[in-house]
Design a protein around this ligand. Structure first.
Ligand code: GYE
Length: 328
């Protein structure tokens, strides 16, 4: 803890504020109580929520890396994918006087003010997973994935396999305004540009299984068997869509080809079973790297502005081979 920021009452109010904004609890006690000087780094982590299998794996990776044994006191908040609640959580971390803030921003925009407040309070912010549109001066580093490339890889597979015959495609988009959804869409669109693939419809399924199912039901009602290919921005929406496709009497993976992103266990199982056709990986195990960067930043050491974790991609045969050895 930074001694100058410690006022027990403020820390207590901060803890209350977190409860009020829907803090999901989790690692560590509220910041402010340990008096500093003990080498423990108090980190406030503002997670998006718990929308997907990817997110569960990411939260687990972060909690493991930011453990007491590793020298951290983690204050965890999951904002249920509500941008205002996430901004409030970050503000509460600032009031508590944490040593560093790790932020997995739900949406790209709207961060300028609160990141400036963190900067004014001398609390470094490290982005994890998604990015923000705010000035790069307002955060120390970003540990994430190349979402545009993920979309391109998915689009290239669709273009290579279906691009030379008229093909109708529907898209289940991730959370509107998130960098993961925006960049995956632009990468995918650029890869299928100029082919015979026609996008019939594209709507958000908020990265969840439930919304993926509901939106796919709507697509099926509207377009029925005209749909040849589904591109879902994550496995969970694809898995929700599977149920809708089966309920409509169609065979996923055969009647409607399915391409998704993430490669979590359930998605890879569907791929190995022939119900999905292609998955682009998005690695959620960002905890260790993020913890390493946080330690350096708090110690005043220099870090890179961004660390991009590499992703792979799998077809059905490759999924069968690696399924048992997947770590998440
Ligand atoms: O693909 C999705 C999650 O931002 C990379 O968010 C992340 C995405 C991931 O909900 O499953």
């Amino acid at each position: 803890m930074k001694a100058k920021k410690i006022i027990a009452g403020v820390a207590f109010l901060g803890a209350l504020a977190l409860t009020a904004t829907g803090c999901a609890g989790g690692g560590g006690s509220a910041a402010g109580g340990n008096g500093g000087g003990d080498g423990v780094i108090t980190v406030g982590f503002a997670q998006t929520g718990s929308e997907s299998g990817w997110r569960s794996a990411n939260t687990e990776s972060m909690k493991e890396a930011f453990s007491e044994a590793n020298g951290f006191n983690l204050v965890f908040n999951a904002a249920d994918n509500k941008p205002e609640a996430q901004i409030a959580a970050v503000r509460s971390f600032i009031n508590q006087g944490v040593d560093a803030i790790v932020l997995a921003p739900i949406v790209t925009d709207g961060w300028d003010d609160v990141l400036q407040e963190a900067k004014d309070a001398n609390i470094p912010v490290i982005l994890e997973d998604r990015t923000v549109s705010a000035s790069k001066d307002l955060y120390a580093s970003w540990i994430g994935l190349d979402f545009k490339k993920e979309g391109e890889t998915a689009g290239k597979w669709v273009a290579d396999n279906f691009g030379s015959t008229p093909t109708n495609l529907v898209v289940l988009e991730g959370t509107t305004g998130s960098s993961a959804a925006t960049d995956r869409a632009s990468g995918f669109d650029s890869a299928i540009a100029g082919t015979d693939i026609k996008v019939l419809d594209s709507q958000t399924g908020n990265f969840t299984r439930a919304d993926g199912k509901t939106v796919m039901e709507g697509f099926l009602q509207k377009y029925g068997s005209q749909i040849n290919v589904l591109f879902a921005h994550n496995d969970d929406m694809g898995l929700g869509a599977l149920e809708a496709i089966k309920a409509a009497g169609l065979k996923p993976g055969t009647d409607i080809k399915i391409v998704t992103i993430d490669a979590v266990k359930d998605g890879m199982t569907a791929l190995a079973n022939g119900e999905f056709n292609y998955i682009v990986e998005c690695n959620p195990l960002l905890g260790e790297k993020t913890a390493e960067v946080v330690k350096k930043v708090v110690a005043g050491e220099s870090v890179d502005k961004q660390y991009i974790v590499e992703d792979q991609a799998f077809d059905q045969e490759q999924a069968k081979k690696v399924l048992d050895s997947r770590p998440y």
